[in-house]
Each structure stands twice: as C-alpha cells, then as structure tokens.
Ligand binder design. Structure first.
Ligand code: NAD
Length: 481
C-alpha cells in the first residue's frame, strides 16, 4: 500500500518520488510505504495553506466548529478501520486502540468544536478615559508535528485547536506510524473538507519535519516528541522568534505510601507501568514504595507482571503488544543491560520475547521490573520509554521528593496516599506539570497539559491551546475629552 501526501485537498506523490518503508511491529515486516517528503513538498503545502487561510480565518467559529464535528463524525463512521490501523501500525493491542486512542481522537475534535464557540477575549475599561479590548486572531499557517506512541490521538490533539482557532495547518505524523493520519486525510476527502486548510505531509523528521519548522511562512510549531528533537526545533525556531509549544520526554515517578488503598494502587500501577508497552509519556517508570509495604508490594507486583505475556496485538484478549520498532526495542533492551551494570537485579522480564506463529519475528519485550538501583543512576535518570520499571524503597517524604525531583524531566507524577494533607504537601513540592493522586490517566480536556524542565515549554489542552494558536492584539479606544 502506498500512502500519499494530502495537499490542497488532493492526494499527491512526493515531488522527488522517494518513499520510506513502513513496518508492522508485531511481525517485523514492511506492509506499506510513505512519502519521503522534503522542502519542496512542504513548499506546496504552504502555498495551499496560505490561499486557504484567507477564507478559513474569517468563516466564523460556528462554521469551523461544524467542520470539526464532521471530522469527528468521519472518524466515528470508520471506527473499526481506524482502531485496526492504529494497532497494526504501532504494535499496540487492538483493545487499547478501541478503548483509548480512537475515542480520544474523536473527542479531541468534538471538544474543540465546542470550545471554540465558548472562546472569548478580554476587555479592560479605564474609567473616564479609554477602553481596551483584545482581539484573538489566528496566527496564519501553523505546523503540527507528532510522535508514534499515540499516533492519531496526539496528531488530532494539535490539529483540532489549531483549526478551531482559524489557522491553516501543515501536519506531519511520525514516519513510524503514519497510517491513521493518512486515514484522516481520507476522511477529509470523504467529507469534502475545505481544500488547503489541513495539509498532511509525510516523511522523516530531519527532512520533512525540519522543512516545516524552518519555513518562514509557518508562524508556530506545536511539537510532541523527544527532548533532543525539541532542542533541535527550538534552535531553528528561536532565532526567528517562532511561537513554540513543546511537549517532550519524561521520567515520571510513581510514589506509593503505605496508607494507600493497596489493591486499587496495585491494579493501577500495573497499568501505569505497562500500558501501551510503557510507551506513554505519562507512564510511571520509577516506582518509589514506602518501606513498610516494600516487600509485600514487590512480591505482589512481580506476580501480576509475570501474567502479562506479550501477544499478537490484533487479538482482542491481548494486553501487551509489540514495541514500535526494531531500533526502539534494541534501545530499551540496552537499558536493561545498563541497569545490570549499575547493580540492578531483574525481578521479571528483561528479554526479547518471541510469540509463536505470525508474530515470531515481531518486536516484543517481556515486561520488566528491576530493583536494587540508586535513584540517581543513569537507568533512573534517562528516559527508557518502554516496558521497563524500577522499584525502590523510601522512608520519608523529604527523601522521596529528592528522588522524584532529581531528573532533568518534569512531566507527570503519580501519588498513592489516603493522607489528605500529605497529598497536598507532595503536590506542591513535586516539580512537574501534571499530578495524579490515587488514579492515573484520567483526562479532562479542559485542564492544562504539559511539563516543566526538559519535559517542555507551554501547555496544551482547553483554552491554553486556543491561546497558543491565536495572537492577542490589544485595541485601545480613547473616549475622553
Ligand atoms: P521524536 O522526537 O523522534 O519524533 C517526534 C516527531 O518529530 C516525529 O514526527 C519526527 O518525524 C519529528 N522530528 C524528528 N526530528 C525532527 C526535526 N529535526 N525537525 C522536525 N521534526 C522532527 O519522538 P518519538 O520517538 O516519535 O516519540 C517519543 C518521544 O515523545 C518520547 O521522548 C516521549 O516522551 C515523547 N512524548 C511526549 C509527550 C508529551 O506530551 N510530553 C507525549 C508523547 C510522547
């Protein structure tokens, strides 16, 4: 199958005619090809987006809202096809794509279809002198670049507010998981979405991605991906003062106090460690357990993790699928070796797993739990982004805070305690943008989403994203004598 770019409402081949292989992680085999686009393709997309901006930016929030609803409806109509494609392209269990990825992509469009009709701006009245009102105008052409772990979910999380706010968009999905973005362009075609408003350019980050970032007519970049890529993007965008929203890597602590609701914590910790094979930026990969329950937790947790056997993602009962690529599998396994060198003991997992049958050559890793490491070693400081967690005991709040805050990252934290005052104290002192207390992954789309330190700059979600994708312009009217 040959994926094509979607530019100016048409499916087009890359200008240079070059393609990249796209693999199915569960089998390790190539099953489609995507355009290896470069600056010439991006230039075509920019031209289309520039023309389309003239109408889209002034057609009114109600009209844009209706179009976003149609996009949501278009995905819903082909729900099964989207879920199957996401699972095949990424290696994630089909049940996860059905339960999380595709429903959340639909809600992203639905949410911003509604949000834009409620978005308002400020007025500042100066007694007896003047009145100020602030226009919130779309930026123009914006670039949206997303990663492979939650492909359509994070792609739509950017596109929806960008379009709702009246911008035209050049979007690039990850070259590793391009399929559902391609299906979205099929939906655009099916519903006759206004041409040039959303342009989807496929290709490598260093080629197509960089061309989007560097293009002088692209006014802002909303990026989700790795911290080192974020640095690269910032170094190109900063000298020309391009607006940036960067959602980057993480190394989230999961902090478990002895007074927690033990069974609920155990069940959720299995999820927060290994959902999507640990490839969710919000997974808790460093598990700190208060000493009185450490040994019990270790025994019970390892027991549960042993039951997580990777299997064919397209089977409905599968809970753990394949990791996304051969190189990612090698990277994750190299961290298991590093952990051993650093004195870690692998309690369960730690190896490539080969299921029988169709997936025998797929990229699977047995869910892995490691103990015996210092909170400050490389294994506990660097992002692994796979089905690997470490467990460590602690004695006091101060001690665990020093461990939790010791990495360069600061995206999310998970906290398990029934002590109200402690949860407040901890929440205030944890260095991160998102904290879950006695739960994980509950998402209210109105809340600010993002991290601190090397986990990023800016916030997505709610009106924060609409503010990012608009420029405030103050108008001051003097009415005094
Ligand atoms: P990545 O940085 O390799 O790639 C992300 C996207 O950027 C891809 O579309 C890629 O093609 C593109 N890209 C790569 N180099 C580029 C360049 N020089 N210029 C422009 N675009 C470029 O990340 P990944 O491996 O796809 O995703 C995994 C990372 O994403 C992890 O670090 C994870 O923590 C992070 N992530 C963060 C969040 C968050 O909300 N903070 C969410 C999901 C994933």
């Amino acid at each position: 199958m040959l994926i094509q770019n979607y530019i100016n409402g048409a499916f087009v081949a890359p200008v240079r005619g070059m393609y990249i292989d796209n693999f199915e992680p569960a089998t390790g085999e190539v099953y489609s090809q995507i355009p290896d686009s470069d600056e010439e393709d991006v230039a075509l997309a920019v031209e289309a987006a520039e023309t389309a901006f003239a109408e889209w930016s002034v057609c009114g929030a109600e009209t844009r809202s209706l179009w976003l609803e149609k996009l949501a409806e278009g995905i819903r109509k082909h729900f099964d096809m989207f879920a199957e494609a996401e699972s095949k392209d990424n290696g994630k269990p089909i049940s996860l794509a059905q339960r999380v990825d595709i429903p959340r992509a639909i809600s992203n469009f639905e949410f911003y279809a509604k949000a834009i009709t409620q978005f308002s701006s400020n007025a500042h009245y100066m007694e007896n002198k003047a009145i100020n009102y602030t226009l919130r105008q779309p930026l123009g052409i914006v670039g949206c670049i997303s990663p492979w772990n939650l492909p359509l979910y994070l792609f739509s999380w950017k596109i929806a507010p960008a379009l709702a706010a009246g911008n035209t968009v050049i979007a690039k999905p990850s070259e590793i998981t391009p399929m559902t973005a391609y299906l979205l362009s099929k939906v655009c075609d099916e519903i006759s979405f206004p041409k040039g408003v959303l342009n989807i350019v496929h290709g490598l980050g260093t080629n197509a991605g960089q061309a989007i970032v560097a293009h002088p007519k692209v006014k802002a970049i909303s990026f989700t991906g790795g911290t080192s890529t974020g640095e690269k993007i910032a170094s190109i965008a900063a000298p020309v003062f391009k607006k940036l929203s960067l959602e980057l890597g993480g190394k989230n602590p999961n902090i478990i106090f002895a007074d927690c609701d033990y069974e609920k914590m155990l069940q959720t910790t299995v999820q927060s460690s290994f959902a999507n094979q640990g490839q969710i930026c919000l997974c808790g990969s460093r598990i700190f357990v208060e000493r009185p329950i450490y040994e019990k937790f270790k025994k019970d947790f390892v027991e549960r993790v042993k039951q997580l056997i990777p299997a064919d993602p397209n089977k409905k009962e599968t809970k753990i699928g394949a990791v996304v690529s051969a190189s990612h599998m090698e990277k994750v396994l190299s961290y298991v070796e590093l952990a051993k060198e650093e004195g870690g003991v692998v309690l369960v997992g730690g190896y490539r797993y080969n299921p029988e049958g169709r997936c025998a050559n797929g990229w699977f890793i047995a869910p892995t739990v490691i103990e015996g490491l210092s909170a400050f070693c490389r294994t506990n400081q660097e992002e692994i982004f796979g089905p690997v967690v470490t467990i460590m005991p602690f004695d006091t709040e101060e001690e665990v805070l020093s461990y939790a805050n010791s990495t360069k990252y600061g995206l999310a934290a998970i906290l398990w305690t029934n002590h109200l005052a402690r949860s407040q104290r901890m929440a205030q002192h944890l260095h991160c943008g998102i904290i879950w207390v006695n739960c994980w992954l509950i998402r209210d789309l109105r809340t600010p989403f993002g991290g601190v330190k090397s986990s990023g700059v800016g916030r997505e979600g709610g009106f924060d994203a609409l503010e990012f994708f608009t420029e405030p312009k103050n108008v001051c009217i003097y009415y005094g004598e």
